[in-house]
Design a binder for this molecule. Structure first.
Ligand SMILES: Cc1cc2nc3c(=O)[nH]c(=O)nc-3n(C[C@H](O)[C@H](O)[C@H](O)COP(=O)(O)OP(=O)(O)OC[C@H]3O[C@@H](n4cnc5c(N)ncnc54)[C@H](O)[C@@H]3O)c2cc1C
Length: 300
């Protein structure tokens, strides 16, 4: 199919984009990489009167690190983040996650702001943002506000963004160099949207002479209406000596707590089983990675 007729406007400045959003509100859509929006226009799921291209707003195409925070502009593409020395140094989990998103041609065009605003519950970038406790800057013609990833995602394809707002940047605290991490997802074919995925970050801390989980964070996608943080499992494991038994108890609790919806690809029971098994593997990998950092620090 082809889209309904619309007027295309390439914004030259952020204030111009914000003014257009303010003026046209319900009748307008932002286009960034177009990798999710174009199919929706072609199938006429959306039929905006105006399409505002933000691809020329080069100040939104940036990655920087300053005063302990990493800032990523909204139109930064997946490939740019994947190959960025700043991201590779401070957020090595991000290139690993990005490599699982779709195919190279899509990663060449797709942007971080587009993925977050689209808010597909099976998308990797929203899950990563929840894992890293990212904050998003949302700007409108008259104000600017920061919203946490926790508060941003409200449901499938549904966010805290108002019609007149533009997501302009993502802010992430630089993680501790002691942080271990791991990510894994399951998709039926390489490049497909995943059925489930798990990302974990953790540090090792000596408590009473025992190696214990510290600052443990667990995020999942594909098993809820939004990307999930498993705070009850984090509470169960944080401060505890790491062991196979602890991971097994956490896995049992995950099986009890997860409540995914069945979909065309899998039943709810299958998704729970899948996600809890991925959790066990990823937890062990993240812990091994954290132990490497911990031993490195002990030796130096
Ligand atoms: C075949 C295929 C496979 C895919 N597989 C995956 C996958 O495995 N994992 C995955 O995560 N994604 C996947 N995608 C989606 C892809 O990652 C998209 O690039 C991404 O979801 C949207 O980014 P975009 O820059 O293309 O946004 P666009 O398509 O341009 O926009 C998406 C939505 O966000 C809004 N928007 C964009 N930027 C902003 C902004 N700065 N502020 C406010 N609103 C904004 C738009 O109005 C639109 O509603 C796939 C896409 C295709 C076509």
């Amino acid at each position: 199919m082809k889209p309904n007729r619309f007027q295309y406007i390439a914004a030259e400045t952020i204030p111009e984009a914000l003014r257009l959003l303010h003026t046209h509100q319900q009748d307008v859509k932002i286009i960034a990489g177009g990798q999710s929006l174009m199919p929706m226009l072609n199938y006429r799921v959306l039929s905006p009167q105006y399409l505002i291209d933000i691809g020329r707003l080069l100040e939104l195409d940036s990655i920087s690190v300053n005063a302990g925070v990493i800032e990523i502009g909204a139109i930064t593409r997946y490939v740019t983040m994947e190959n960025s020395p700043v991201i590779q140094q401070y957020l090595p989990i991000m290139p690993e996650v990005i490599r699982h998103i779709a195919h190279l041609t899509i990663r060449n065009r797709g942007t971080i702001g587009g993925s977050l605003s689209h808010a597909d519950p099976a998308s990797e970038m929203p899950m990563l943002m929840r894992l890293l406790d990212a904050q998003f800057e949302l700007r409108s013609e008259h104000e600017s506000r920061m919203v946490s990833a926790h508060d941003f995602f409200l449901g499938p394809l549904h966010t805290n963004l108002n019609h007149h707002e533009l997501l302009t940047k993502v802010v992430i605290k630089v993680p501790s160099p002691q942080m271990g991490w791991a990510f894994e997802e399951f998709a039926r074919r390489s490049g497909d949207y995943a059925l489930a995925a798990v990302g974990i970050t953790v540090e090792v801390k000596q408590v009473s002479g025992k190696n214990s989980a510290h600052q443990l964070k667990i995020a999942m996608m594909g098993v809820g209406d939004t990307p999930l943080r498993l705070s009850s499992i984090e509470t169960l494991m944080n401060g505890q000596e790491f062991s196979d038994d602890l991971v097994a108890r956490a896995k049992d609790q995950i099986l009890q707590e997860l409540d995914p919806r069945p979909d065309l690809q899998s039943s709810a029971a299958f998704k729970k089983h899948l996600a809890s098994n991925i959790f066990s593997r990823v937890m062990h990998q993240a812990w091994d990675n954290a132990m490497v950092h911990h031993s490195g620090r002990a030796e130096s």
